[in-house]
Design a binder for this molecule. Structure first.
Ligand SMILES: [Zn+2]
Length: 94
């Protein structure tokens, strides 16, 4: 879990998981570009709308636009060096 500037993990073993850490760093960038509080509000609102649509916690979570960007690019360890700001906007469904 990423709460800027911290990354919270369930156990010490996860500290060495580069994909997980990259995923959370992507969230840090999303949080910074939305000035933190708006990020958390949009994240929660997106989750609640998704919950109405998908009627499943897991599907609602996976379809949060911020999660979509993070999961899509978490294995690209250099993603944050080339990422354009607000790149998550491209993943919003029309
Ligand atoms: Zn995430």
């Amino acid at each position: 879990m990423a709460i800027y500037p911290f990354i919270l993990v369930k156990s010490k073993a996860y500290k060495n998981d580069v994909v997980l850490i990259n995923h959370e760093k992507i969230h840090h960038q999303q949080q910074l570009e939305l000035l933190l509080i708006p990020f958390y509000l949009l994240y929660l609102l997106n989750y609640l709308i998704n919950l109405l649509i998908y009627k499943s916690h897991y599907k609602a979570y996976l379809n949060i636009v911020f999660e979509k960007e993070a999961y899509l690019h978490e294995c690209e360890l250099t993603y944050l060096t080339t990422r354009k700001r607000y790149n998550w906007l491209k993943l919003i469904k029309a």
